[in-house]
Design a protein around this ligand. Structure first.
Ligand SMILES: [Ca+2]
Ligand SMILES: [Ca+2]
Length: 286
């Protein structure tokens, strides 16, 4: 009897570990002005924060990926490449200004509380503004020696039950996975970002630890992104979502000592206050 009970308990334990292991974690940048932290399955801690960064002319913002839902689909996904017809990329002119490959040296670094992060900027276009954010469900970042749009890949279909986030696996090209935000075995994130009023105003920063990146992994950086329902709460609507980096050739934006001290002490609306006070200086970037 004891042996049977132990066997049944072992089966139950195995089931509980294989089904529904991931938590759905909401990071609401719409109603929280400060930094919100998560832990990626690959690449460790990351930070998201709202912003109202305005492109102040060419050369300040470099857009590299635009994705838009097909018809009335509630989801969209894509990754930056110079190739046409990839997933839901807006690729009328791939390889040109708005959808293209980027290099590690294109991505600025920012020091937050003594930790160096690579900074990515998201510009959301949704109908309904603050009341209708979009759900960002997945970000995967790869390094490689060439354009991953030339490689083969598979994607998963996102699901709410069981909880499975959208994801991509490259089956050729051997890219190095340096960051994976959501995983069906740990956390599935619902990062909510709303459209700021006005055209061309960005909405959210994503910070990924710089220590994940290495020049030896290859100079090309590919960002895969997925939005919508499932697994998030909010569908994709209206125009395209756009990923960008601030300026070209890299800057090191170092918070002033007073800002740094405040950051270290806890929550602060980094995107609203901290980054306005950043001191820019030349840097040598991978
Ligand atoms: Ca926007
Ligand atoms: Ca949209």
């Amino acid at each position: 009897m004891i042996r049977k009970s132990l066997a049944a308990a072992a089966v139950l334990l195995a089931l509980s570990q294989s089904v529904g292991r991931a938590d759905l974690v909401t990071l609401d940048t719409v109603n929280n002005a400060g930094q919100l932290a998560g832990t990626g399955q690959v690449g460790g801690g990351f930070i998201v924060t709202s912003t109202n960064q305005q492109p102040a002319g060419s050369g300040v913002i470099q857009s590299f990926l635009r994705v838009d839902q097909q018809g009335s689909n509630p989801t969209e996904q894509g990754f930056n490449t110079n190739q046409a017809g990839v997933l839901d990329n807006v690729s009328n002119a791939p390889g040109t200004n708005f959808v293209h490959t980027i290099q590690l040296s294109d991505i600025p670094t920012v020091n937050i509380g003594g930790v160096l992060y690579r900074e990515f900027l998201l510009d959301v276009n949704q109908s309904g503004g603050q009341s209708a954010p979009v759900s960002l469900n997945q970000v995967q970042i790869f390094q490689s020696t060439g354009d991953l749009g030339l490689q083969t890949f598979t994607t998963t279909t996102p699901s709410s039950s069981p909880l499975v986030p959208a994801s991509i696996t490259f089956t050729s090209g051997s890219p190095v996975d340096v960051f994976t935000m959501s995983s069906s075995s740990t956390h599935v994130y619902d990062v909510q970002a709303a459209t700021n009023s006005g055209s061309g105003i960005a909405d959210m920063f994503l910070y990924v630890r710089d220590s994940n990146f290495s020049v030896s992994n290859g100079s090309f950086v590919t960002l895969y992104t997925a939005f919508g329902t499932p697994t998030g709460q909010f569908d994709t609507t209206d125009g395209y979502e756009e990923w960008a980096v601030r300026q070209a050739n890299g800057i090191t934006a170092t918070p002033e000592p007073t800002t740094l001290a405040t950051l270290a002490s806890g929550l602060i609306p980094l995107g609203v206050i901290g980054l306005r006070r950043l001191r820019r200086s030349e840097k040598v970037s991978g």
